[in-house]
Design a protein around this ligand. Structure first.
Ligand SMILES: [Zn+2]
Length: 200
C-alpha cells in the first residue's frame, strides 16, 4: 500500500482508467476512514454521487478524493499537535501520556467509527471529525454524549441512535442482518436511497 498523496494523485489522473482510479480511491479510504472503511466508503459514494457505471461521471471520484483530502489535513494537523505535546511531556519527564485520545490506538480509521456502513453522520466528513475533536477537547463525557453529534446517550456502550457512531470504536460488538449483502451493494455503488437522476 502506497501513501495517501500518491493514491490521491492517481484518483485525479484522468489518463488512467476509471476502474484504476476507483481502486486508488479505495486505497485513500483505507488510509483515512474516520467512520471505519465501510461506512466511510458508503458516505463517499452517497456524498460524491459516485455512479455504479464510473464512465457516467468520473469526476465523482475526484470529489470523493477531495473530501478525504480535506479530512486528512485536519487529522494530520491534530496528530502532529499530539506528537509535539507528547514530545514536550517526555522532555518534562512524563513517561505515560496524561489521557491519550481513544482514537489514537485505532489509527485514523475510527475517529467516529460507525459499525453499520449505512448509518453514519450525513454532513461533510471534515465537519464531523472537527466536532469530535472539539467535544473531546471540551471534556465531553463519551459515556453520556455522542462526540460526533452531541446526542445524549440513554444506553452507554451502544451506537448513537442519531448518527450511528459507536463510542467503542472499531472494537465495537455489533450485529445486523444482511450486512454483507448491503455492503456489497454499497461497494458496487448500487444504492437505492439516492435521488434518481433527472432526464434520460
Ligand atoms: Zn451521534
Amino acid at each position: 500500500m502506497t501513501s495517501f498523496p500518491a493514491q490521491a494523485r492517481r484518483v485525479r489522473d484522468s489518463a488512467l482508467s476509471p476502474q484504476r482510479r476507483l481502486y486508488a480511491l479505495r486505497e485513500c479510504t483505507l488510509h483515512c476512514a474516520p467512520y471505519g472503511f465501510r461506512a466511510t466508503w458508503h458516505h463517499l459514494v452517497v456524498a460524491a454521487r459516485i455512479p455504479s457505471r464510473l464512465t457516467d461521471d468520473p469526476d465523482a471520484l475526484v470529489r470523493a478524493a477531495d473530501e478525504l483530502q480535506r479530512t486528512r489535513d485536519v487529522v494530520l494537523h491534530r496528530a502532529q499537535e499530539y506528537a509535539a505535546l507528547r514530545h514536550r511531556e517526555k522532555a518534562a519527564g512524563r513517561r505515560t501520556p496524561r489521557t491519550p485520545p481513544p482514537w489514537n490506538s485505532w489509527g485514523w480509521s475510527g475517529i467516529a467509527y460507525c459499525p453499520d456502513p449505512e448509518h453514519h453522520p450525513t454532513g461533510p466528513l471534515v465537519t464531523v471529525v472537527r466536532a469530535v475533536f472539539h467535544r473531546y477537547d471540551a471534556g465531553v463525557d463519551v459515556d453520556r454524549h455522542c462526540l460526533a453529534c452531541g446526542t445524549e446517550r440513554c444506553r452507554p456502550g451502544r451506537a448513537c441512535p442519531t448518527c450511528g457512531v459507536h463510542p467503542d470504536g472499531p472494537a465495537a460488538r455489533w450485529r445486523a442482518s444482511r450486512i454483507e449483502e448491503r455492503w456489497q451493494r454499497a461497494w458496487r455503488r448500487e444504492l437505492d436511497d439516492r435521488p434518481t437522476p433527472l432526464g434520460p
